[in-house]
Design a binder for this molecule. Structure first.
Ligand SMILES: [Zn+2]
Length: 413
C-alpha cells in the first residue's frame, strides 16, 4: 500500500532529521556537510537545508575549512558551545554538587557543599535551589553578561526511585525520602525544562554522551558508594521498565538471609559491595585481632576508616585492606555476571567512590565474571572505570538536558 506523507508527518520527519544531524555532530564533530550526508544517509541538499536551520537557530557553527576525507577543503561544522548553557545538580547523601556547562558540556563552574541528611527534604531541596541560583548568577555576571545565550535546562540527580514523568522521588532509602515532589520545587522557581532522574541513570547517560561509553549503545553502568546504583542503556537509551523501576540492581538478592539492607530486605547486592560493606570487612578483620596499616592510619579510631584510606593501605601492601577489596571484587563480579547473563552488554562501566580502588577490585571482578558469565571468553564485555569520577552524576544531569534538546531541537529556543 502506498504511503503518503501528510504535512504534519513532513514536519515530524524534518524534526527527526534535525535531531539526527545534531547527534551525529555530538558524536563525531568536526564534520563537513558531505561527511554528514555520508554518515546519516540523508542527501546533500537535505543536509544543507537542515544545517542552515541549525546555524540560524545557533545550535551549530561553522569553524573554518578543513580536509574532508582527502577531497578539497570543505567548511567544517560542530555544535555551537554558546547555543545555551545547562546546569547539572546532584543531591547526594551528604552533599550537593552543582555544575554549569556550555552546550558542549564543557564545565564552566562547579560548586559543592555538605549537607546533613537528617534535615527535612524541603530544606535540602531549598539549598539545591539556592546553589542553582548561584550558578545562574555566575553565568550572568561572568560568562554571558550580554545575556544572549539562554539557560536550556536543569538536570537533577537523586539517589532513589524516581517517577521521571512527574519528577517525584518515590523512595530514596539513603536519604530517608518518600514521595518528595522534587521537580515541582524546581519548576516553582525556574522557568526552564527540569529533568529529575535517578543518580545512576543520569550517570549512565553522562558516560554514554561524554565518557567511558561513547559510541557504545548497549552497556550497564554501576556506581558503588554509599549504596549501589545502576543504569541500563540499551540501543542508546536508558531502559526504564514498565513502571520506571529498572536499574535497581543494588537490590538483587544475593544472600537470602544476609545483612539487613536499607530497603528492608536482607542480603541485597548493595549490602555486600557498598563502601559500608568494604569498611565493615576491614573493621571486622582488625577487631578479630589482625594487624593492619589501616588501624595506624586512623589512630585506632575505627569509625574514621574510609575507602581512600583502605586504598592507600592496599597500595602499601596491607593484607587486610587487599583482602577486603578482593572479597568485595568477587561479590561485584557475581552481580556483574548476573547482569551479563541478563543483558549481554558490550561494556560495563564502574563508577562511584569504590572505583577509586579499582586497581584492587578489577582483577577479582574480571576473574569472577570469567567464571560465572555464560559468555564465550572472547565475548566478555570490558569493565571500564567511569570517565568522570566524582562528577559522573552531574555530567549525567547535563546529558539528560542535552538528550531532550537533541531529540526535539525545535523546542529548545
Ligand atoms: Zn536492598
Amino acid at each position: 500500500m502506498a504511503y503518503r506523507f501528510r504535512t504534519g508527518d513532513q514536519a515530524l520527519v524534518r524534526e527527526i532529521n534535525l535531531s539526527i544531524i545534531l547527534n551525529t555532530l555530538r558524536e563525531a564533530a568536526p564534520l563537513s556537510r558531505a561527511q554528514l550526508a555520508a554518515r546519516t544517509g540523508l542527501n546533500k541538499t537535505t543536509v544543507s537545508s537542515l544545517v542552515r536551520e541549525l546555524i540560524d537557530r545557533q545550535f551549530v557553527r561553522e569553524i573554518g575549512y578543513g580536509r574532508s576525507g582527502g577531497g578539497r577543503p570543505a567548511m567544517m561544522l560542530e555544535l555551537n558551545p554558546q547555543a545555551g548553557y545547562i546546569i547539572g545538580v546532584e543531591i547526594g547523601v551528604d552533599f550537593i554538587l552543582v555544575i554549569l556547562t556550555d552546550f558542549t558540556a564543557h564545565v564552566l563552574w562547579r560548586w559543592q557543599e555538605e549537607i546533613n541528611p537528617d534535615q527535612p527534604p524541603e530544606t535540602i531541596l531549598d539549598r539545591a535551589i539556592n546553589a542553582t541560583h548561584t550558578a545562574i548568577d555566575h553565568y550572568e555576571t561572568h560568562v554571558s553578561p550580554d545575556g544572549d545565550s539562554p539557560l536550556l535546562g536543569i538536570g537533577v540527580g537523586i539517589p532513589g526511585l524516581i517517577d521521571t514523568d512527574s519528577g517525584m522521588v518515590i523512595f530514596a532509602p539513603n536519604l530517608g525520602w518518600r514521595d518528595v515532589p522534587a521537580r515541582e520545587k524546581f519548576t516553582a522557581t525556574f522557568d526552564v525544562p527540569i529533568f529529575v532522574d535517578n543518580d545512576a541513570n543520569a550517570s549512565a547517560m553522562g558516560e554514554h554522551y561524554f565518557g567511558a561509553a561513547r559510541q557504545v549503545n548497549d552497556f550497564v553502568y554501576l556506581a558503588a558508594g554509599v549504596g549501589l546504583g545502576g543504569g541500563i542503556v540499551l540501543n542508546g537509551q536508558l531502559y526504564r521498565g514498565i513502571s520506571g523501576y529498572a536499574g535497581e540492581i543494588g537490590h538483587m538478592t544475593i544472600i537470602p538471609d544476609g545483612e539487613l539492607c536499607k530497603c528492608g530486605n536482607r542480603g541485597c547486592w548493595e549490602t555486600l559491595v557498598s563502601q559500608t560493606a568494604v569498611i565493615r570487612r576491614v573493621r571486622r578483620a582488625i577487631e578479630s585481632g589482625k594487624h593492619s596499616l589501616v588501624s595506624q592510619l586512623v589512630n585506632d579510631d575505627l569509625r574514621r576508616i574510609s575507602i581512600s584510606l583502605i586504598a592507600q593501605a592496599a597500595k602499601a601492601g596491607d593484607e587486610v585492606a587487599r583482602q577486603a577489596l578482593e572479597e568485595t571484587g568477587e561479590y561485584l563480579g557475581i552481580g556483574i555476571a548476573n547482569l551479563i547473563n541478563s543483558f549481554d552488554p558490550e561494556l560495563v562501566v564502574f563508577g562511584g567512590v569504590l572505583s577509586f580502588a579499582s586497581e584492587f577490585l578489577l582483577p577479582a571482578i574480571e576473574a569472577t565474571i570469567k567464571q560465572r558469565a555464560r559468555v564465550r571468553p572472547q565475548d566478555l564485555p570490558q569493565v571500564k572505570v567511569s570517565a568522570h569520577g566524582f562528577d559522573a552524576c552531574v555530567m549525567g544531569c547535563v546529558a539528560l538536558v542535552l538528550y531532550d534538546i537533541l531529540r526535539e531541537p525545535r523546542q529548545a529556543s
